[in-house]
Design a protein around this ligand. Structure first.
Ligand code: SF4
Length: 451
């Protein structure tokens, strides 16, 4: 993919080579969404052919050049598609592609998904002419070339804060409706799980295993979404995983999962147990909504989400924890997950489930209020109760959190902390090269130090 082909008329290049480009603040012209902005979303809907005008791009509010340089703005991307073979169930998976397609655009950085998107446009690219109109054209062409079943596509970008606010509420309701579909279903009700390798571009050994009771790490792909996507494109990045023999139902270990994970990670990961953060935890990519962090002094697990800006009681921020567990690794106790998985009855069941959660940000506590067992709600600390381990321990003891009972059996002093290797795993820097059974011909290989 390059400007020599279908993007030649655009002022910036579009292609895989730009995936992983990081735009730091000094290089940034403007940003949309991100941690400083509450209302931001991306939403894709399947519509009837009469409702979609192919190629139409609408910008509600000013385009990039009409916004103040250096600012952070509320933002919405609303994509409507139609096609004879399209099903509503495929919305989640197609919506997830906005992430990689935006990142193909030179000077455009897209992080995360749904209502946590964070987009940046680079100064040089904006000077060349990059704006939302151009972004829309690139996205339309990428969607249609990569997904032949899309016959028509129209895109609306919203930068008017009032209009973003209105549509944002609608988007939240649609996400909730999608997520709720798989609730109540159990792993025993289904014969197959689904896998996704979309994040392998930056986490080469990562495969998301989407069971009926464990949602994808990014929180954007459910079991139903997996089923719809794999039906249309069985050889695509979202595929079926036959369960095969169940090796341990409690831990969530299946022969079929181990085989596929081993094959798709080229032997890097050979065992996965879905319902634990220890032993053989599910791998963490980089776009998980939340991560757990083990606090050895309390023998409990803290939970922190992407938008939490402060330090956790362990002294680490979300970013530092994410860097130490992402990239497709299995790091005991440090485990990338989604909000929806925290609503599952199997949420970390092997480790004690909610009884093992000792700290989480107020925002997460509020959001999951109805899923936290009532008797535990006041016993789990937030940033208002404890900002360091000493205060956390005191809080847990005072509130008689169930984790305190573990301290009698094994005093926390006797627990060895798992090794935490801090290294950049997301496109922020560092390199991982895994080549196995590779036959490569290249005239030149250039390895550059990330700036
Ligand atoms: S987090 Fe998992 S499901 Fe989501 S895009 Fe990445 S690999 Fe796919």
């Amino acid at each position: 993919m390059s400007t020599s082909g279908m993007f030649a008329d655009l002022p910036v290049d579009v292609g895989l080579a730009h995936e992983g480009e990081r735009i730091r603040k000094p290089q940034m012209h403007i940003e949309f969404g991100g941690p400083n902005v509450k209302e931001k979303f991306e939403l894709l809907r399947v519509k009837g052919p009469e409702e979609v005008e192919d190629g139409k791009i609408t910008i509600v509010g000013p385009d990039v050049q009409g916004l103040e340089e250096g600012g952070s703005f509320p933002f919405g991307i609303y994509i409507e598609v139609s096609g004879e073979k399209l099903e509503v169930e495929m919305e989640g998976v197609m919506e997830r592609r906005i992430h990689d397609f935006c990142n193909y655009i030179e000077g455009f950085m897209h992080l995360n998904q749904r209502d946590s998107i964070w987009l940046r446009l680079d100064k040089k690219a904006v000077k060349k002419g990059l704006n939302l109109e151009v972004t829309g054209k690139a996205l339309q062409r990428l969607f249609k070339s990569e997904m032949a079943i899309i016959e028509k596509i129209q895109i609306t970008f919203i930068t008017d804060p009032k209009k973003v606010k209105k549509k944002f509420q609608e988007a939240l309701e649609i996400y909730e409706g999608r997520d709720a579909r798989a609730r109540g279903m159990t792993d025993n009700d289904v014969d197959v799980f689904y896998g996704c390798t979309l994040c392998q571009s930056f986490a080469p050994s990562h495969i998301c295993v989407i069971s009926a009771q464990r949602y994808a790490n990014c929180g954007a792909i459910s079991w139903f979404d997996g089923r719809a996507a794999s039906k249309v494109d069985p050889k695509g990045p979202v595929f079926e995983i036959p369960k095969e023999k169940c090796l341990d139902e409690w831990k969530g270990e299946y022969e079929g999962i181990n085989k596929i994970v081993s094959e798709k990670s080229l032997g890097e990961i050979n065992r996965v147990q879905l319902y634990t953060a220890f032993g053989y935890p599910h791998t963490s990519c980089g776009c998980f909504e939340i991560t757990t962090f083990y606090v050895p002094e309390c023998d409990g697990l803290g939970v922190v989400h992407r938008d939490f800006r402060g330090q956790t009681p362990s002294g680490l921020t979300f970013g530092a924890i994410a860097d130490s567990t992402g990239g497709g690794r299995q790091v005991e106790g440090f485990h990338g997950i989604s909000f929806e998985y925290m609503r599952s009855p199997k949420f970390l069941q092997v480790d004690g489930g909610w009884n093992r959660i000792i700290w989480l940000p107020t925002e997460v506590k509020e959001k999951l209020k109805e899923y936290i067992p009532a008797e535990l709600y006041d016993k789990i600390a937030t940033e208002a109760d404890a900002t360091d381990v000493t205060a956390l321990k005191e809080f847990l003891r005072e509130k008689r959190h169930p984790v305190v009972e573990r301290w009698v059996e094994t005093p926390p002093e006797a627990i060895e902390a798992p090794t935490l290797e801090v290294m950049p795993s997301t496109p922020s820097g560092g390199i991982t090269i895994i080549l196995k059974n590779a036959k490569i011909h290249a005239e030149k290989v250039i390895i550059k130090r990330a700036k």
